[in-house]
Design a protein around this ligand. Sequence first.
Ligand SMILES: NC(=O)c1ccc[n+]([C@@H]2O[C@H](COP(=O)([O-])OP(=O)(O)OC[C@H]3O[C@@H](n4cnc5c(N)ncnc54)[C@H](OP(=O)(O)O)[C@@H]3O)[C@@H](O)[C@H]2O)c1
Length: 497
Amino acid sequence: MTSGEGKVVCVTGGSGYMASWLVKFLLKRSYVVKATVRDPDDPKKTEHLLAPAGAKERLHLFKANLVEEGSFDPVIDGCDGVFHMASPVCFLQQMTHRFAGATFPNEMYRFVDDRDVACAHVQAFETPSASGRYCLGGQFAHFPEVLEILPEYYPSLPLPESYRAVATGTERMSRGGDGKVVCVTGGSGYIASWLVKLLLQRGYTVKTTVRDPNDPKKTEHLLALEGAKERLHLFKANLLEEGAFDPIVDGCEGVFHTASPVSFSPTDDPQVDLIDPALKGTLNVLRSCAKVHSIRRVVLTSSAAACIYSGKPLNHDVVIDETWYSDPAICKELKAWYALSKTLAEEAAWNFAKENATDLVTMHPSFVIGPLLQPTLNLSVEMILDLVNGAETYPNGYYRCIDVRDVANAHIQAFEIPSASGRYVLTAYVTTFSEVLKIIRENNPTLRLPEKSTESMFKPYQMSKEKAKTLGINFTPLDLSLADTIESLKEKGFLKI
Ligand SMILES: NC(=O)c1ccc[n+]([C@@H]2O[C@H](COP(=O)([O-])OP(=O)(O)OC[C@H]3O[C@@H](n4cnc5c(N)ncnc54)[C@H](OP(=O)(O)O)[C@@H]3O)[C@@H](O)[C@H]2O)c1
């Protein structure tokens, strides 16, 4: 995106919260930016502005004060556009008090992401037909909901205890899971760990399965979750043990079947390594579910891989949606064994559901990224690690992804929303590996990232978000997902820089 090439714009109050993002976006779009600050000698007001890519060449800082008549004249001179943002803001202090006191107001909180505001400013300038006033209201939520969401994304955020206690009390009424029991298979996995965490947060009692409950790497992070002591129950179960899930799903209202081997590595025996656990395992779990009258719905974690290998041609204009089914013959021909395992498991699940009147919903995420809760690496996050951990080359192809928190949330919504049904394609972003690297580079300038690309099998095509949106999912911004993934990789010791 280089719409600003050769254009000069001015941003007043450049060091401010919103203006700093605006300056960053404008630089990214190749504008020359003249930004004003009241004190250019104060590094707190200038250092962060001078750091982003392009600032050295195209950012010019000027001293100006709103109350000094004419101080903006030389700054604005020669500009194609002016973004006047500078203005004293006092209510922010009041807002801070709302989140820092012992109690919070029982009212609605309206907010919009800072990056969306900056983007809207740029669009309002660049779109010739833009005119008049624009209300920028992103979302609104009840204060307790905001307090529920914050620790979800930032578990280490020091919210005062008394604060959370009030929030928990108030939010209790709106928590979907109070008094309900659900099962998550393969609880120690990447997606499942987040699912367990969010379910506990919503008040559910969670029965989860692991293959080896004596392995602390599979259980410790789950047992440390908020609410786990009171409402998390761990069980040993293997997908290939007939009937192993009977006592676990008994008494549940919902079952989230996520357990399935995930591997793209060549295998001598795809049947044993991937297909049997996926296919036989899914039927094993569904047979257990069919015996339990209290189970209202089963949510199966399938994959985008069960949609894309249909044999239909793929190109930039193709949008893959819930009507696309992978063809097992094509998966076999391509030796796409993981895709085959997910395709056969889904097909068998739908046949079983039809014959046994099971309320089934299937979820189809593309590559899932975002912070790890478990101490081990899973495949989709390992792909990001492989890109940033000293690789010489990157795939010259397309990358489709979604944040793990959105995937977990989508599973819960698919269970809780009575009208949810059928399949859900879960892809937030279709981009390229080179764009992913560009975003990572911007936020981590010291990481050594690959410069050269190699041919890749990742073809261009779009994936529909329309049905996923009906679950009320607000997709996490890609740069935040990537930043949190990298941060998590560093925190867990996988990425040493
Ligand atoms: N991550 C992605 O990008 C992505 C994208 C689309 C779909 N999915 C699907 O999402 C689900 C979870 O994936 P993930 O990324 O969270 O992978 P993960 O971290 O590797 O988790 C896989 C889970 O499956 C369990 N499992 C494997 N074989 C099993 C067996 N024979 N018996 C019992 N449990 C078994 C593992 O249990 P143990 O801990 O006991 O080994 C683990 O908990 C899978 O169904 C996967 O196909 C993932």
